[in-house]
Design a protein around this ligand. Structure first.
Ligand SMILES: Cc1cc2nc3c(=O)[nH]c(=O)nc-3n(C[C@H](O)[C@H](O)[C@H](O)COP(=O)(O)OP(=O)(O)OC[C@H]3O[C@@H](n4cnc5c(N)ncnc54)[C@H](O)[C@@H]3O)c2cc1C
Length: 381
């Protein structure tokens, strides 16, 4: 019997394997991963510098221990170069591995900023343990750090780095940070709190060049301002890894398109996690991938099960200004209203009948997220 093959050993791949083993202890399982296959929780990466944590301290079980735990073969440092959904196999270097079912848990790539200058290659991003180790080593003696992008990951790193004693500049094109997630009143609260923590904002600007300077780097902005920095971190977004699927003729859009069974346009090939676009939703967070892993495990174990998403608020790990946000789907009728401003703000998105569709909570108000989340309609019923 050919094995079920999972490509990717991130939270999506390993969570699926664990869920599958709860339902089927013996089906042959192979996990193929381009990295070292260590288990780790990626959200820790933007919260660990101030605690002085090394990459090794953040990592959990090594690949052999994971293989034993989930009763699977784990092939590390093995990049899948081609999928053949007709012959039902994948190619890794010279080896061809046949599958009964294939799962793509490929993750997403950090978007590279469009920059000129002779130090573009020195701009770093942190999207896995190896990146974290490299970044931590680079900044150990760095005083000034410039972050390109004031979204979720940029703001979390800004908070962590300033807490760790670095001077942080953030360059962000919109007038407020986290503008894709937060209404203005909540974003302003975050902006103020991080400024009080020592972060310097360059809002409404983009970086155009990063060059070597006498000491460190010169980051030039679109209005001609030059910021000097000892290290530059890009956090301008993630793009689902779709190329492998695309080359195999599997349908992709923003992500690898799957239906609610998480099946792609190729029969017997599934996708989950950051690489997947599930019934039109690309949700690169942990709660969605866990919901996906549970139902896909059931499907692979013989009971086809569709994914259901309850409302899943996102927690922004900025201790200077804790935030919980439940976003609203684009085009949803209603409006954001500030409903309280005490020890933080509480901004609610309500429809014409005062039904709650979304919220953004900052500071102490973030504590009511569970109560409010119960009032929200499910994201995918
Ligand atoms: C800094 C940071 C902080 C975050 N904080 C939060 C948070 O607080 N809360 C939250 O909900 N979410 C957070 N997220 C998002 C969350 O971590 C991700 O949604 C999740 O970890 C994605 O897991 P994944 O398994 O889909 O992808 P990944 O972890 O990227 O795993 C992809 C895997 O695929 C492998 N791979 C890729 N291509 C190939 C190939 N061709 N052949 C073989 N292997 C391949 C890779 O080696 C890797 O093992 C954060 C993300 C980042 C970057």
């Amino acid at each position: 019997m050919e094995p079920i093959v999972i490509i990717g050993s991130g939270l999506a791949g390993y969570t699926l394997a664990r869920e599958l083993r709860k339902l089927d202890k013996s089906v042959p399982l192979v996990i193929i991963t381009a990295d070292d296959g260590r288990y780790y929780s990626k959200p820790l990466l933007s919260n660990a510098l101030a605690q002085g944590k090394t990459a090794d301290q953040l990592a959990g079980a090594l690949a052999p221990a994971m293989a034993e735990q989930i009763n699977a073969e784990v092939l590390v440092y093995s990049r899948v170069e081609e999928i053949d959904p007709v012959a039902c196999n994948v190619r890794v270097a010279q080896r061809v591995i046949a599958y009964s079912k294939l799962v793509l848990a490929l993750g997403a790539d950090p978007v590279r900023p469009q920059l000129t200058g002779d130090a573009v290659e020195s701009v770093m991003s942190v999207n896995d343990l190896t990146d974290y180790a490299r970044f931590r080593e680079r900044i150990i003696d760095a005083k000034h750090i410039t972050i390109l992008g004031g979204g979720l990951i940029g703001c979390e790193f800004a908070n962590d780095l300033s807490h760790a004693g670095h001077q942080v500049d953030i360059v962000h094109p919109a007038p407020h940070p986290l503008d894709r997630l937060l209404p203005e009143a909540a974003a302003q609260d975050l902006q103020r709190a991080l400024a009080e923590a020592g972060v310097t904002w360059h809002l409404g600007h983009t970086a155009t060049a990063v060059s070597h300077a006498a000491a460190g780097y010169a980051v030039t902005l679109n209005d001609g301002t030059v910021i000097t920095a000892d290290a530059v971190l890009a956090a301008i977004g993630l793009r689902p890894r779709v190329l492998l699927a695309q080359a195999a003729g599997i349908r992709t859009a923003r992500g690898i398109q799957v239906n609610r069974l998480l099946e792609t346009s190729a029969a017997g090939v599934y996708a989950l996690g950051d690489c997947a676009e599930v019934a039109g939703h690309v949700l690169p967070y942990v709660l969605p991938l866990m919901a996906q892993a549970r139902v896909l495990a059931a499907t692979l174990a013989g009971t086809p099960t569709e994914v259901v998403y309850p409302a899943m608020p996102v927690i922004v790990k900025t201790p200077a200004c804790p935030i919980a946000v439940a976003t609203v789907a684009e085009g949803m009728a209603g409006s954001w209203q500030v409903s309280c401003v005490e020890d933080g703000v509480c901004v609610l998105f309500q429809d014409g009948q005062q039904g709650l569709l979304g919220f953004a909570l900052t500071g102490k108000q973030a504590g009511q997220r569970q109560t409010l989340a119960k009032q929200l309609p499910p994201l995918l019923l």
